[in-house]
Structure formats: structure tokens, C-alpha cells
Design a protein around this ligand. Structure first.
Ligand SMILES: [Zn+2]
Length: 343
């Protein structure tokens, strides 16, 4: 019976895949003109410095068939330390997302789930992780005892796995943002390349973290199309657009980031805020921006998944070879090796 049921289910899934595949490249892009304008202006992440490339490739390769669920280096466990700041912005509400079927969030592109009350905001950061800027954002969030969602680029995770592990260890949600920040709506892409970008990104982040990330995904430059949305749906991965774009990649100062966010919030009243921990001005703006949110009566809603993403074994294997990270030796956090027990 179970086999028969399994076969039936597989047939249904296969039929759905075939059906979506049929209109993959004929379906018109659904992105609104506004989103396209945003995307056109959005700067692609800078290429990594030579040292970063070296860092990603220097370790001896220890290739196995798949990434173990529990590698030798334990994945960092989120800490729930008491908040030392009595005036902290904090987290007013934690929401758990059932990502079955790939729900979409952020009214710029998805208008299904209006789950935020007036004055509620969700903090999200793209293009993670990056030296200096990501740790600065983490410190600002920790000082205000608040939590955010980070969308990591697979390549950035491979350059700086230790930084991404700090994000997870601080209790934030880590989602993904493709392998190389490719525009999935570009004419140069095809069905296989879209799948590769999505899946390599997810497996790379899993390899960097030592544990599977959240089934949360954001399209680079907010460039979605119907076929890619359908694919993510079959993978039970939630998609994040935004309600409020900080345009921090265009900002010429931290003040400009703060003013854009606060002005839009005053007008809209609530929303998922899109920022980049990759950007220097954003990192510098964050302490003041969080104070302004608190002073303005805004409340932070923290989004986390009901369950981690299921990676595909063939991509896990490919990324093990491509990233050349020895899981057993390269990413064990210092705090798991040596700790001060008395002073
Ligand atoms: Zn991005």
C-alpha cells in the first residue's frame, strides 16, 4: 500500500513538474515595473578580495558522498541569553512559518499574507556574510536584544563560513539568496541554471553552517519569475520580497539609510524591511536606526521556519568538492574549544 501510495504521489509531483516546465520560459515575468526599476539600480555584490578566494580554497579536501547532518564540528546552537539592556528594542513577537508549498512574503511582490499589525516590522538583511559589516550589524542587534532574518549568498558563505556561523549562533534566522547573486529572471538563464543557482546556494550555506538553513529565499535584485516561483514552491521554500526597501546600496551615508527607512515606515506603518549587512553604511546606521525604531514605537517580529530546508544530495556533494572546505577541521568555533571558566 505504501509503495502504491508513494508511486501515486511521485506521479502527481512529476506531473506538476512537467506542467510547470512546459511554460517555464514562455511565462511573462510578473515583476512589477517598480520592482524592475529597483532591481536595475541594485548594485551587485563586489567581487571577493583575493585573500577571500584563497581562504575558500586553502583547506585539504575531504570529500564524502554528502554533507553529514551532524558534522564533526557541532553546529552553533542559538544562545538565549538574558537581555542586559532594559531599554532594548527587543523582539515583541516570534512567528513560525510553515513553508509547505512556498508561501511568499512582502507586499512588493507577494500579496497573500498580511500578518503584521500596525507598527510591526521584520528586519531582513541580504548578501550575508561579509567581514566588518556583518559583525557590526550583529553587535547592533545584540545590543538591542533583537532578531533578524539574513539571506546569505552561497559564495559569501564559502569565503567566510565563520561569520555566517556567528549569525546563526546569535539566534538569527539564516535563509539563502542563490549561489552567486545571479539575476534568475535574466534572458541568459535557463531552467537548469536557475535550479543550480538556488540549490548550490542552499547546499553551500548548509556546508558553511554545519546545519541546514531555513527554507527562506530571496531573489537577487528581487527579480523573480513565475517558473522560479513555481520551482521553489515544489521545494517547500518560502519566498521573501519586502514591504519597504531601504535602498541602502545607493545610500551615500548612514543617515540616508535611517531617513529612508523611517520616512517609509511613517507612511506605511509596518512592514518587512530590506537592508544589506553587506553594506558599510547600513552597518554604521544600525545602532541609531534601532534606537529610532524603539523611539517611534515600532515592534520587531522575528520570523523563523517550522523546519529546516531539505537539501538535495547531488548539490551537497557538488558543493563539498567546489568549496573545498574540510567540515571536520575548518569551522569549529573558538568558544567550543576553549572557554574562560574563572577569572
Ligand atoms: Zn542581494
Amino acid at each position: 500500500m505504501r509503495n502504491a501510495l508513494g508511486l501515486m504521489l511521485m506521479s502527481v509531483v512529476a506531473a506538476a513538474l512537467i506542467a510547470t516546465g512546459g511554460w517555464f520560459w514562455t511565462a511573462p515575468a510578473r515583476s512589477a515595473a517598480k520592482a524592475k526599476a529597483v532591481a536595475a539600480a541594485q548594485a551587485a555584490p563586489a567581487p571577493p578580495p583575493a585573500s577571500a578566494k584563497l581562504a575558500a580554497n586553502h583547506d585539504p579536501v575531504e570529500v564524502t558522498g554528502s554533507i553529514p547532518e551532524a558534522p564533526h564540528a557541532p553546529a552553533p546552537q542559538p544562545r538565549e541569553a538574558a537581555c542586559a539592556n532594559p531599554d532594548a528594542l527587543g523582539v515583541s513577537r516570534v512567528v513560525e512559518v510553515d513553508t509547505t508549498g512556498g508561501p511568499g512574503f512582502g507586499f512588493e511582490q507577494f500579496k497573500q499574507f498580511d500578518f503584521l499589525a500596525d507598527k510591526e516590522v521584520v528586519l531582513t538583511f541580504d548578501d550575508s556574510p561579509w567581514p566588518v559589516n556583518t559583525p557590526a550589524v550583529l553587535k547592533a542587534l545584540a545590543d538591542q536584544c533583537t532578531k533578524a532574518v539574513f539571506f546569505s549568498i552561497g559564495k559569501h558563505a564559502s569565503y567566510h563560513p565563520e561569520l555566517l556561523r556567528q549569525v546563526l549562533a546569535a539566534g538569527h534566522t539564516v535563509g539563502t539568496h542563490t549561489w552567486s547573486h545571479a539575476n534568475l529572471n535574466s534572458k541568459k538563464m535557463n531552467e537548469q541554471l536557475v535550479k543550480d543557482e538556488i540549490e548550490k546556494g542552499i547546499s553551500a550555506v548548509k556546508l558553511a553552517l554545519g546545519t541546514a538553513p531555513a527554507p527562506f529565499f530571496r531573489f537577487p535584485e528581487l527579480q523573480q519569475n513565475a517558473a522560479a516561483v513555481a520551482y521553489l514552491g515544489t521545494r517547500n521554500i518560502a519566498m521573501f520580497s519586502c514591504d519597504l526597501d531601504s535602498f541602502d546600496f545607493r545610500a551615500k551615508s548612514p543617515e540616508q539609510v535611517i531617513n529612508t527607512v523611517m520616512t517609509k515606515l511613517q507612511k506605511q506603518g509596518k512592514g518587512i524591511i530590506l537592508m544589506h549587512d553587506f553594506q558599510k553604511h547600513t552597518a554604521e546606521a544600525m545602532p541609531e536606526l534601532l534606537l529610532r525604531l524603539k523611539a517611534g514605537g515600532y515592534k520587531v517580529v522575528f520570523m523563523k521556519p517550522k523546519a529546516p530546508v531539505q537539501t538535495l544530495p547531488e548539490y551537497d556533494e557538488e558543493m563539498m568538492k567546489e568549496m573545498k572546505i574540510s567540515v571536520s577541521t575548518s569551522v569549529r568555533p573558538v568558544s567550543s574549544v576553549i572557554q574562560t571558566v574563572s577569572q
